[in-house]
Design a protein around this ligand. Structure first.
Ligand code: PGA
Length: 256
């Protein structure tokens, strides 16, 4: 099975229910059968049920942007895997840098949350990435190794092969400053080598690794041509159906 291309939109704290439906109506005409493996949308919790229902017979996967690792309980404001499944989600982002930066998400949280998501049949998209300061200090490789090793500690090869990794350098998110294809490829290759080191080369080969950080129609092709880049996690450009559709169409032509 090919690892990609996987084009995942991350709407963050954007879009009401009517806006979400309007977006889907613009997207539906270009979807092809089987695209639920290639086109993902991480929508706000409030739009999850409505978008899942609206997209029920269409080839697009709808998911969440985070979840809690407990099944239920006194966790005011949190959402469980059971609730996500009930609302129609098939995947969830875990450990996005904004969750780590603003909401205290740690590698241990990522670990427990991803474990829970996998046990419930939700595909985790695990986000990792270094800050500018870490990149400039030459700490990127060691930092990513810690994020992967602690975030996925105790997982079987079988579990690893069911998840998606998203490498998103924090300095490239929402800044218009994308990593060059060479730099992104080098880092993706490093992430795959870490998976091979802690699990096995064949497990490492099975995991789709997405790039994220200011992906747009004009840079997606050069990124997807890199052998270790299997798709993209897209914030800003996923809010406009025209741009998102353009990215999907380019990905079909460039990924091999
Ligand atoms: P961006 O966001 O495409 O707006 O840089 C990417 C992300 O945070 O997932």
């Amino acid at each position: 099975m090919p690892r990609g291309p996987l084009i995942a939109g991350n709407w963050k704290m954007h879009k009401t229910i009517p806006e979400s439906i309007q977006f889907l109506d613009a997207l539906f005409p270009i979807l092809k059968s089987g695209d639920e493996k290639h086109v993902y949308l991480a929508v706000p919790f409030t739009a999850l049920a409505a978008t899942s229902q609206h997209a029920a017979s269409k080839s697009v996967s709808i998911g969440a942007q985070t979840m809690h690792y407990e099944t239920q309980g006194a966790y005011t404001g949190e959402i469980s895997s059971k609730m996500l499944l009930d609302a129609g989600a098939s995947f969830t982002l875990i450990g996005h840098s904004e969750r780590r930066q603003f909401f205290g998400c740690t590698n241990k949280d990522v670990n427990m949350t991803a474990k829970k998501a996998l046990s419930e049949g939700l595909t985790p998209i695990i986000c990792i990435g270094e800050s500018l300061q870490q990149r400039e200090a030459g700490d990127t490789e060691a930092f990513l190794e810690t994020q992967i090793q602690e975030g996925l500690k105790g997982f079987s090869s079988n579990e690893i092969e069911k998840l998606v990794l998203a490498y998103e350098p924090i300095w490239a998110i929402g800044t218009g400053q994308t990593a060059t294809p060479d730099l992104a490829e080098k880092t993706h290759k490093h992430c795959r080598a870490i998976l091979a080191k802690y699990w096995s080369p064949s497990t490492a080969e099975a995991v789709p690794i997405l790039y994220g950080g200011s992906v747009k129609p004009d840079n997606i092709a050069s990124l997807l041509k890199q052998p270790n880049i299997d798709g993209a996690l897209i914030g800003g450009a996923s809010l406009d159906p025209k741009l998102f559709i353009e990215i999907i169409q380019i990905s079909r032509k460039t990924y091999s």
